[in-house]
Design a protein around this ligand. Structure first.
Ligand code: NAP
Ligand code: F7E
Length: 370
């Protein structure tokens, strides 16, 4: 029988890739989505299946992490083998503006799910989307033994969830694993994160639809990887004999300025002609330097990322050029064809962005549970 998984945050970057990955592995996938007055399913429309079809393996259910009853009911009704908890208010800068909401959703939301699993009595395996932001000001490189020094409401809330997952493991024997993931990006990355903001601007400037790009701190350094490779490691964590916590990243860090330089030069532009600084994008407290020491994941999960920083920039810029209707430079597209040939395809990555801009999303929700 097919394994059944619940994904919170299925409409997000990682949730959409994970849903594709699990469907390709033969899972029955149940995604929890928020009701919105506009369509918010653009990243999963290309894998949507009509719930009336006998072969359907993707189901969507309304629910919100800020409210527990529905989550508990879904866990009771569905009795999933695995829960991937990816739903969150994921923007660090925004968390300074809405700290209480961020704590409610990113912190207490996890307890709501874990309590639902504990009370259901089923030995459901649980993946917690922990974050390198939890390391904050701790010196790089960071690994599982590095002390956490969070620098934002986002990071503090994620830390609460990290320890709650550990506590439910120790107190009740639940299979809970934390993936401490460093930044990972893709053509499906939210438009206000710095990488996507830059690659979209490069495409818009090339298309003569934009003349200037305003950013904040160009000196911050991040360990940026390619998102589809990171959802595979989430799954690997839940296939282990025992639950555990793992740092996941490439082991290579670059500054925001380097990302900007690489993206502009890929299309033959000098970034200094286009980029300005606007203090509104600065954070009250910044995380200066994140660099993963992912040796444990490499050894125990046999996980090693294939896509490099330079390749990531090319994949994202090509996708955004295509999304604004320009010819791609082409290196990014070739990299994906050569290096990521199995379940993730260029067409899906780009077509979802195009569908979004063309407003093709549909009403894809069934509230029926099996
Ligand atoms: P994302 O694109 O922002 O997706 C977040 C998802 O959470 C969306 O589906 C969103 O729904 C959903 N969500 C937000 N608030 C919710 C609520 N109150 N109730 C139910 N669902 C809610 O984030 P991502 O980049 O895919 O990241 C996935 C997870 O990994 C997040 O927990 C993030 O904090 C964590 N993480 C990300 C990275 C990274 O570099 N990407 C690194 C480490 C950890 P809508 O579509 O309706 O907004
Ligand atoms: O910022 C700097 C900014 O917002 C990266 C989330 O997925 O990864 C992400 O959090 C850096 C920061 O990502 C702008 O100050 C400069 O130093 O793209 P970001 P993040 O804060 O690292 C972690 C691992 C997560 O868990 C989070 O969910 O870039 N920066 N100028 C800017 N950042 C933004 N957003 N916009 C700017 O204009």
């Amino acid at each position: 029988m097919a394994k059944r998984a619940i994904i919170t945050g299925i409409t997000g970057q990682d949730g959409s890739y994970l849903a594709e990955f699990l469907l390709a592995k033969g899972y029955e996938v149940h995604g929890i989505i928020r009701r919105a007055s506009t369509f918010n399913t653009k990243r999963i429309d290309h894998i949507y299946q009509d719930p009336h079809s006998p072969n359907t393996r993707l189901y969507l259910h309304y629910g919100d992490l800020s409210s527990g009853d529905r989550l508990t009911d879904l866990i009771y009704d569905l009795q999933p083998e695995e829960v991937y908890h990816l739903g969150a208010q994921s923007h660090v800068k925004v968390s300074f503006e809405v700290p209480v909401y961020t704590g409610e959703v990113n912190g207490i939301g996890t307890t709501r799910l874990l309590e639902g699993i504990r009370r259901s009595g089923k030995d459901t395996r649980f993946y917690q989307a922990s974050s390198s932001e939890m390391f904050g000001s701790a010196p790089a490189p960071q690994n599982e033994a590095t002390p956490f020094r969070p620098r934002s409401p986002y990071a503090a809330a994620k830390l609460y969830s990290f320890w709650t997952a550990v506590n439910f493991r120790e107190a009740y024997g639940l299979f809970t694993s934390n993936g401490i993931l460093f930044n990972h990006e893709s053509p499906r990355r939210g438009e206000t994160f710095v990488t996507r903001k830059v690659t979209r601007a490069v495409a818009a400037i090339r298309a003569k639809k934009q003349t200037k790009l305003y950013l904040g701190n160009l000196a911050a350094r991040r360990d940026w990887g390619y998102a589809p490779e990171y959802v595979e490691v989430m799954w690997r964590m839940l296939q282990q004999e025992k639950p555990n916590d793992y740092v996941v990243g490439t082991g290579e860090a670059h500054s925001v300025e380097e990302f900007v330089g690489e993206a502009f030069s890929y299309v033959g532009l000098d970034w200094k002609d286009y980029v300005g600084i606007d203090s509104r994008y600065l954070r009250p407290t910044e995380v200066d330097f994140l660099l993963a020491d992912a040796s444990k994941a490499r050894q125990e999960l046999n996980w090693k990322p294939q896509v490099t920083f330079r390749q990531l920039v090319r994949i994202m810029v090509d996708a955004d050029l295509e999304a604004v209707g320009l010819p791609v430079v082409g290196e990014g597209k070739k990299i994906l064809e050569a290096r990521v040939s199995h379940w993730h395809h260029w067409d899906a990555a780009v077509s979802s962005a195009l569908q979004a801009s063309e407003g093709q999303a549909g009403d894809n929700v069934t509230t029926e549970t099996k």
